[in-house]
Design a protein around this ligand. Sequence first.
Ligand code: NDP
Ligand code: MG
Length: 389
Amino acid sequence: MSSSPKIRIAVIGATGSVGGAVLDICKRFPESFDVVALAAQSNQDKLFSLASVHNPKKLCLTKPISGKFKTEGYDCLTGTDALCEIASDPDVDHVVFASSGVSAIKALQTALKEDKDVSLANKESIVVAGPWVMPLVKRKDQLRPVDSEHSAIWQCLREDHKREIAKIWLTASGGPFRDHTAEMLEKVTPEETLSHPVWKMGAKITVDSATLMNKGIECIEAMQLFGLPADKVGALIHPKSQVHGAVLFIDGTMKMLVSQPDMRLPAAAALAWPERLDLVASGLDFIRPEEWDLHFREIDGSLFPCFSIAFKAGQMGGAYPPLLVGADEAAVQSFLEGMIPFTSISKVIEETLAKSASASPETLDEAIELVSTGESIARELCKKWRHYF
Ligand code: NDP
Ligand code: MG
């Protein structure tokens, strides 16, 4: 990168899978990035081990397990409010949101209000709080997507205008069960579900990738991030995960982003924008056609109903996206605990949305409350699963 001063980075969700990709980039380019704050939920050992590598000033655990979260040399913070303290710290230039769940929404708002650059991997926050977050974006590219498909679209759009977009597509590997039949899906176990063919990710998003809920949630994320109506957002199965996103412009031109499936690439694009880092990542070899497999197919909504449920929730807006996020959290947890089968995840979520449809939230707090409502209704349905479905 150019010889500008180091960018001072805070990473929320530092101990997770995306947090690891972001910190790997920071470690490789010490002349460009200075990690000044790291936050996680409760994984104290991993946080301290990351701190010994990156030497930040501030550490934060929002829910420390032991009462003794203190170490010489670091400013140790606890509680969810501390995330806002980090997001507004004058010694932070760029905040990375790589935590799971919805706890960092207020910190995301704070970072944008404080005019920080923001890299966003956490999709739940934009799905639940898009209407309260997006108006806070003051500058073009202040908010940079890290989710690989959205990063792809964002990179395709660098020089173009929203009014020139005819349609965008996100791709999906299709997960471990993309070639299963309905009968086979009835029997899949949590263990099989957690072995994703392409990406190594946290447990929740790995299950969401197998049900294709992740792609539905990502369509809502795209509607919010790029300000597009549902009919301009599509998704396709692309088993090789070489193309991550595509844009069709009104003149018929298409742009696609092709890269190896590696979360360090979108992380690097977001951290270093408007420059590119010299990652020496190999692209695809043009004269080795066996490396290329640009096959796409439609998502089968009857086999993967979570995709259609989520897409429809995005189309309807209002209370549906936050209810969906809460219901999915509870249904996935129950599946992983062996309480409900894989094919009931969609039934629980659909039933939760049908039972709890309510007026559109008028405030962010109401939207966040709807996540809890969706979660508790879905959890009750999971408990009664055998009698209910
Ligand atoms: P992981 O489960 O691997 O990691 C989650 C991280 O968030 C951990 O650092 C965890 O801390 C932290 N965390 C959870 N709750 C809180 C909280 N209340 N306060 C502070 N930190 C918290 O998840 P992933 O890295 O897979 O995913 C993170 C986010 O990025 C999700 O929104 C996911 O959808 C999105 N994403 C992930 C991709 C991937 O490749 N993994 C790709 C694109 C998007 P602790 O370890 O202490 O629990
Ligand atoms: Mg993604």
